[in-house]
Design a binder for this molecule. Structure first.
Ligand code: SAH
Ligand code: SF4
Ligand code: F3S
Length: 396
């Protein structure tokens, strides 16, 4: 359960403000998991006497919740942090906090220490539950603080959450990732996979449904490996389906190595579960998929989709794909194009491979020049555009 000492720190911070209501600005980079974490940050800040603002000039406290998944995400963050020297000049008392995945990486913390000296506090995802204590330290001692801790394998319940207004609610059902796809930094910054107990999830959803939320998105890096004290993901969907109230349910992200026909049967059976699936395939070549450590073949992926569409006609299907994984050849890239043509996705999230220090792929030979990878990406986007237009005109 959420640490009682953090409740004390929240009270102490609130007392520090007296009758004043300071303003906090929380900005989120990266994925929906980070969006959900930002709702926890806002929940804690509210209990510590802050009101939220969307204006970085008037904020007393700026919190940027960062992402490390690709170089581009890091560059964008650092650009924005650089620009905040202006707001800090205009409002001398303003405090700047960086948290989230990028702040779990030693090289990123070092960069902030060296080149972004207007940042007052940094901490990574394992310390999110201790944010009240860290903020108290900053407010009471002043100075610059760079906190680091490893994940403990715990999953905390009972943290304050300030959600967006109904109808939609994010619902994290698990944290971390154990899959170690060779390109991906997430397992290093988010720690080992752990699942919330089903009764905690169900209790929270029941309360939210009672207070007007009607659209839920279950979140996890690989929801298909959910294990809530022996209850698997299909079992969880069936339990949620039984909750009273009219609501819809989607989930992300699914992993083709763990998505099963049983899951698709369950989706087809459950009235509240939308016929929507985000199932990243990443690459169309079996050699590349193996080098990525994805644990399935292109044929397996296609078979899953064939089955899913059979039991759920009209399924809305989206996916992620990486172009230019180290050592990918033109012929292998063309297998990705062939898979896109064959499957026909409703929408595709496309990424050029970005090396992440510390991951196995970053050590692999990568002879394809960036310009050629960009050309491949342009070809891929053209194929996807044509495929999705064809799908739309079929549907019309
Ligand atoms: N756990 C989810 C999402 C992970 S991050 C999943 O496995 O699907 C979202 C997407 O970012 C991934 O699906 C992948 O396509 C992309 N991605 C992750 N690391 C990347 C990297 N180093 N370079 C380029 N794209 C990457
Ligand atoms: Fe990264 Fe793979 Fe885990 Fe997704 S499943 S978060 S891509 S390691
Ligand atoms: Fe980025 Fe962390 Fe999500 S690295 S994609 S914010 S889990």
């Amino acid at each position: 359960m959420y640490d009682a000492t953090q409740r004390d720190y929240m009270d102490k911070v609130a007392a520090l403000h007296g009758t004043r209501t300071p303003l906090a600005f929380v900005d989120t980079y990266g994925c929906q998991q980070n969006e959900a974490d930002s709702e926890v940050l806002r929940g804690m800040l509210t209990e510590m006497g802050y009101a939220m603002t969307a204006d970085e000039w008037e904020a007393d406290l700026l919190v940027l919740n960062t992402c490390a998944v690709r170089e581009h995400a890091e560059q964008r963050l650092l650009g924005n942090v650089g620009a905040l020297t202006h707001t800090k000049k205009a409002k001398k008392s303003q405090l700047l906090v960086l948290c989230g995945c990028m702040m779990q990486l030693p090289h990123a913390i070092e960069k902030v220490k060296q080149s972004y000296r207007h940042v007052d506090l940094t901490f990574g995802p394992p310390l999110l539950p201790k944010f009240p204590e860290l903020l108290w330290q900053l407010l009471s001692e002043r100075g610059r603080f760079y906190f680091h801790a490893e994940h403990t394998g715990e999953i905390l319940e009972g943290m304050p959450i300030l959600r967006g207004d109904p109808p939609h609610a994010w619902m994290p059902i698990m944290a971390g990732c154990d899959n170690f796809c060779t390109y991906c930094i997430v397992p290093y910054v988010r720690g080992r996979e752990r699942s919330r107990a089903p009764e905690d999830i169900l209790r929270e959803m029941r309360a939210l449904a009672d207070s007007g939320y009607t659209e839920f998105t279950l979140l996890g890096q690989n929801v298909n490996s959910y294990d809530g004290n022996g209850l698997d993901f299909s079992g969880l969907l069936r339990e949620i389906e039984k909750l009273p109230g009219d609501f819809t349910l989607t989930f992300m992200t699914s992993h083709p190595k763990d998505a099963t026909k049983q899951l698709f049967d369950t989706m087809a059976d459950c009235r509240k579960v939308k016929r929507q699936l985000h199932l990243p395939f990443q690459a169309g070549s079996d050699r590349v998929l193996a080098a990525m450590n994805r644990g399935y073949t292109a044929a397996h992926y296609i078979e899953l989709i064939r089955y899913a569409r059979r039991v759920m006609p009209g399924l809305h299907l989206t996916s992620d794909v990486i172009v230019g994984f180290p050592g990918e050849t033109e012929a292998e890239f063309e297998e990705t194009l062939a898979l896109i043509e064959r499957v026909g996705f409703d929408n595709l999230f496309t990424f050029i491979y970005s090396p992440r220090a510390g991951t196995p792929a970053a050590e692999m030979d990568d002879p394809v020049p960036p310009g050629l990878k960009r050309e491949w990406m342009a070809r891929l986007l053209a194929v996807q555009k044509r495929v999705s237009q064809e799908k739309q005109s079929e549907g019309a």
